[in-house]
Design a protein. Structure first.
Length: 223
């Protein structure tokens, strides 16, 4: 049986509101298609050989855990950049999504340096907790989920990033833009917990992307 490998970034620190369910749903769908599935927790001080994996998942976290992760994650910036630019599939939820941008300014006013892989940034706004059910339209169809964050995310280059969805209910990235998450190549960032992939339209599309990536002829990036 062919094995598909999933890297779960900082599973022990970044896993709010059932985000681990996203990985379980992907594993279930892959197994139904006849693949064996191995999930590896990449945590503090672990190596990340990104091109050994067929999918990278990064869940949400509280500000404190994000500040702990921030002290470790910069080591992986370059390999993650190569992976996402090469079209590797990745799903990043809430705090994980915020890490893709340049910085996250937290509740205490501290600025967490993020990975700066994509042109977006996030600022905590104590006056506006965005919490509740969400509904939005995506290219995969309608999505229903749950959000709970005070970080407001803004695109710094809207030409480079595509919104993941257009809001029908709830806030998404921030209270003004009316959009949820972002897409860049095979990377999806989203504020949706619940988990997001209980929406089988998105889960099945992502599973297909993972299988396609797994079947790519050249596994290692050229240097
Ligand atoms: N701590 C971040 C915020 O409040 C992310 C929250 C989360 O990942 N659920 O915006």
């Amino acid at each position: 049986m062919t094995t598909i490998k999933i890297a779960y970034l900082y599973e022990d620190l970044m896993n709010t509101y059932g985000d681990c369910g996203d990985v379980k749903i992907i594993r279930y769908l892959l197994q139904k298609k006849g693949y064996d599935c191995q999930v590896v927790n990449i945590s503090l001080e672990d190596d990340l050989p990104a091109f050994d994996f067929d999918f990278i998942f990064f869940g949400g976290g509280q500000d404190f855990e994000q500040s702990v992760v921030a002290q470790d994650i910069q080591r992986h910036r370059s390999i993650l950049q190569q992976y996402l630019e090469a079209g590797g599939p990745m799903l990043c939820i809430c705090g994980g999504y915020q890490f893709l941008g340049s910085y996250y300014q937290t509740s205490s006013g501290q600025t967490i340096k993020c990975l700066d892989l994509l042109p977006l940034h996030t600022v905590f706004n104590p006056d506006k907790r965005m919490i509740g059910d969400t509904r939005y339209q995506t290219e995969f169809g309608e999505v229903k989920a749950f959000e709970n964050h005070s970080g407001q995310t803004f695109f710094d280059d809207p030409h480079k990033l595509k919104p993941f969805g257009k809001m029908l209910q709830g806030y998404g990235n921030n209270p003004t833009d009316g959009i949820e998450g972002m897409q860049y190549k095979n990377v999806i960032g989203s504020y949706s917990h619940g988990p997001l992939l209980k929406n089988l339209n998105v889960a099945q599309a992502l599973t297909q992307r993972i299988i396609t990536w797994h079947q790519r002829p050249v596994k290692v990036p050229s240097v």
